[in-house]
Design a protein around this ligand. Structure first.
Ligand code: ADP
Length: 498
């Protein structure tokens, strides 16, 4: 039994919070906590499928609907202190009648003496109707701390008399962070059955298991990738910054104990096709942690309060898989127009505020990589110092970078040879972005194959280059706009000056 969970919940009840909403998948765990908090309290359970249920035995007692159930004691309350425990009623929370009934009970609980009725809502899905916001307190079961996780692991090891290296204990405990006790025990069991011991390699197992949780949730997407930091041509300043932070992420436990602040994340702003997404992937590979994508559009739900609930769950999930890179692609699309002259609506404004608070307070090992093309629509609060560790601007590649990008893509396809004249190519590719350069390489190689050639030449590449419409030509207006916005900002340039 989690002691602190019982204490926190007890303090909510003592403070006369009328409706306590608990989002959790394991109702047995919650029942135990509620039973501990209310040792001498009467518990009446309502289950959406069965009606009134005996809280102790779980036997169905009286079939009825939620409305009928709530009306029974709505105005009279109970003589003895009583908890009404409502399970899986989230779908009913869009019904104005149910909302009104719950509100009335909540008010009675606050203002009537001897009313003695506290409501608990248990569900896997958080739905908080706007009208009940002031009455509902959301209770999150605190997840085990690093020390508690170490205790769980130690307990497991002693129980089964397993050999374990003590140095790796801290790192292993950290990799378990974000999971609940049940999940941790499940993974430990798996690890033990797998190799008969608990060691460093089990961190990989933890990671795989965490990926499973993410997949099942459907809120976030695990992105698989092959790219490494060597696949990025140029952007030296950005790469050096990341390489430094990788030292922290590779030794998180030691770094935290040493007193190092955990990096929060970066925002990469700039031209399309210049390596922003590539950098998100390379970061995860460099840090040796999974890459998880958050699509804010996917969080939007049809019920009032559902989107905010989804956002909370998604961020919690990211914490559960952490350490991880949380990648938010084209963030300007999600949060466009907030606080400005239109575009943003109520829900996105609230989601934005929620995300900002989370970022501000975050003390976890989720490293955010937010990418954006057009920052003119992003609310300025987002870009203020202290949210991200650093903002980077990715410009169209300079001469040296173009040379490197061409080389990378030719080498990737085993078509690099010393006779290729980089200087001539640099001249021909002014205004090209990374994606354009990659396209030139692909096209040239394809032509060479079709024409039965073994090797490709500078002339082949130049020929394709001349036929390629670079981004600077196709998106001139957009590029000028990005440049104008960037000029006014305090932002680090990702490339080294030449
Ligand atoms: P965006 O900046 O729009 O996120 P991407 O990172 O998705 O662009 O780039 C698209 C593709 O272009 C990449 O997958 C990569 O193959 C190529 N590319 C872009 N920039 C670079 C770069 N700096 N070095 C190597 N390849 C690059």
């Amino acid at each position: 039994m989690k002691r602190n969970a019982v204490d926190i919940l007890a303090s909510y009840v003592d403070a006369l919070r009328s409706i306590i909403y608990i989002t959790h998948f394991d109702f047995k765990v919650i029942d135990d906590i509620i039973a501990h908090v209310g040792k001498n309290v009467k518990c009446v359970e309502f289950n959406n499928a069965l009606g009134v249920v005996d809280f102790g035995t779980k036997n169905a007692m009286h079939e009825c609907g939620l409305e009928q159930f709530l009306r029974l004691t709505m105005d009279s309350g109970f003589e003895q202190e009583t908890y009404l425990i409502l399970k899986d009623i989230h779908n009913e929370l869009s019904d104005p009648k149910i909302i009104a009934l719950l509100k009335r009970i909540a008010e009675n609980n606050m203002y009537l003496e001897n009313y003695n009725e506290t409501i608990f809502i248990l569900s896997e899905i958080t739905v908080i109707p706007r009208e009940l916001e002031n009455y509902i307190t959301v209770f999150d079961i605190p997840l085990p701390t690093s020390e508690e996780i170490s205790t769980i692991i130690k307990g497991f090891i002693t129980e089964l008399d397993i050999v374990a290296e003590s140095e790796m204990m801290g790192e292993l405990a950290l990799s378990f962070k974000g999971l609940n006790e049940f999940q941790i025990r499940q993974i430990l069991n798996l690890a033990y059955q797998d190799g008969g011991c608990i060691d460093e390699d089990d961190r990989l197992l933890v990671l795989k298991e965490k990926e499973q949780f993410i997949k099942k949730s459907g809120m976030l997407e695990i992105v698989s990738f092959d790219e490494t930091i060597e696949d990025i041509g140029g952007l030296e300043v950005l790469k050096e910054w990341l390489i430094k932070k990788a030292k922290i992420f590779a030794n998180l436990d030691r770094a935290i104990k040493f007193g190092v602040d955990i990096p929060k994340g970066i925002m990469i702003i700039g031209m399309p096709g210049c390596g922003k997404s590539l950098t998100a992937k390379a970061t995860a590979s460099l840090f040796h942690i999974p890459l998880v994508r958050l699509d804010i559009g996917r969080l939007l739900g049809k019920y009032v309060g559902e989107s905010e609930g989804n956002m909370r769950r998604a961020l919690k999930l990211a914490e559960a898989i952490s350490p991880c890179v949380l990648w938010i692609d084209e963030i300007e699309k999600a949060f466009a127009g907030i606080g400005g002259d239109g575009g943003g609506n109520d829900v996105t404004t609230r989601l934005f505020g929620q995300f900002l608070t989370w970022m501000q307070e975050k003390e976890n090992t989720v490293f955010i990589v937010a990418t954006a093309n057009d920052v003119s629509v992003i609310p300025p609060e987002f870009l203020r110092k202290g949210r991200f560790d650093e903002l980077f601007f990715v410009d169209l590649p300079n001469e040296d970078e173009r040379k490197r990008i061409l080389e990378i893509h030719l080498k990737k396809r085993n078509k690099w040879n010393r006779n290729i004249d980089s200087i001539a190519l640099i001249k021909e590719t002014d205004g090209f972005n990374g994606a354009d350069l990659e396209a030139v390489v692909k096209e040239t190689i394809e032509m060479a194959f079709i024409n039965g050639k073994e090797e490709i030449t500078t002339a082949d590449l130049i020929e394709v280059t001349k036929d390629t419409k670079s981004i600077s030509k196709t998106l001139q207006d957009k590029i000028d706009k990005i440049k104008r916005t960037i000029d006014k900002m305090d932002i680090k340039v990702a490339s080294r000056k030449i």
